[in-house]
Design a protein around this ligand. Sequence first.
Ligand code: PMP
Length: 482
Amino acid sequence: YLQSMPKAETIKLREKHVGAACQLFFRSSPLKIVRGIAQYMYDETGERYLDCINNVAHVGHCHPHVVEAGRNQMSLISTNNRYLHDELVILAERLVKTMPEPLSVCFFVNSGSEANDLALRLARIHTNREDVITLDHAYHGHLTSMIAVSPYKFNLPGGPAQPDWVHVAPVPDVYRGKFTCPRDSSSEETLGLMYAGEVEKICEDAKQRRGGVCAFIAESLQSCGGQVIPPEGYMKKVYENVRNAGGVCIADEVQVGFGRVGTHMWAFETQGVVPDIVTMGKPMGNGHPVAAVICTQEIAKSFADTGVEYFNTYGGNPVSCAIANAVLDVIETENLQEKALRVGSYLLERCESLKHKHSLVGDVRGRGLFVGVELVTNRDERTPATAEAKHVVNRMREEKILISRDGPDANVLKFKPPLVFTTHDADRLVDTLDRVLGELDGGRMPSGSIKLEVTVTPISDNMEKSNETAVKTSIKQSIKSM
Ligand code: PMP
């Protein structure tokens, strides 16, 4: 293996020289990953982990076609986009072909945060307004402008204050959000209208007090907030309200784009809407930093009409564009969107079956290879099972399967693997999860609801022992059927 420095030494150097705010997964016993192949990652000892969370390694870790494209272009030229280059224009044309009319103008940047920052700048210039509507628990990037529209960050105890130009609408979470009821066709549309009504209220208020809104920014399926699928009709109604208030609609596809949802290339398409600005990143370079903004001709013209040049040293460099083109090649030649649909549906179905076995599983939702399993200690009350979710993530790591958890209560297990994930991988993931959940609830489904009180000592402190007994003894369960 490539890295020869002992792990303890790596940790020591990192602690000495890297900002403590940069946090590691499994903090008290972090992983040292030195290699990746397809849906697998390897640590320094050669241990193999099934990667169920890396939505950046979209077409599989270190895909040879992508690696070769980067290597070839790096050996030819990497320079800024003030020179003509075929990789850039070909990439722009290919991306635009995946978009509905009238989205036809590209800007290339280096990260999702930069893409969203530029989207906001475009929106401001085009509408000449300031107010932005964002969803609760949303995350749109680490730049100052993006933290401002990311309640996921600014709502933290030490987070910055919410600016007065930012308005937070409730996340349309029909399971544990402001308005809830069982997800079925009769209630979907009503809930969609109720949640959209909240955005309408913000728009009306902004129209009266501040002359309208500048933009609505949202993921069409919210990832950081806990794998939330909005109810039928919600996005359409919101887009209508925002446009009536003079604003533009920004779809953040940084996590959910490039075929992950299976039925479509872009998550906004699942909601039947056409945004004014789309941002993309992460999977676009399969691990190489490349991102983009695609907007309408009108918005691009407003930007150009300012007379201020847009220059980005690395945005659209030939290496990044060659890599992004290679990622598109692989999505097409390996039918990865179709695969996301097939394997994702299978994974979702298998996760659904866990609901009938484990009372901890409150809700299962997803589209393609974007799946969330929400754990609750009481199904009637939908009480978040935060400690249990933490335990599950740690136990899965012991089983060499990497998953993570999210949502405002960190109780939603999330799966967003590279699209080369197979049904065999889905079986391994769900069979292991089934076993781990069984350790928590004894695999028992109570007749009524269940109260599971779990005291988890910091499991990660036990990681060095790394055996099932150590973990099990750290849990005190009391299961009371009610
Ligand atoms: N938008 C969303 C939805 C994201 O999840 C992220 C990153 N987690 C970003 C934007 C920011 O992307 P980056 O980290 O590449 O700047």
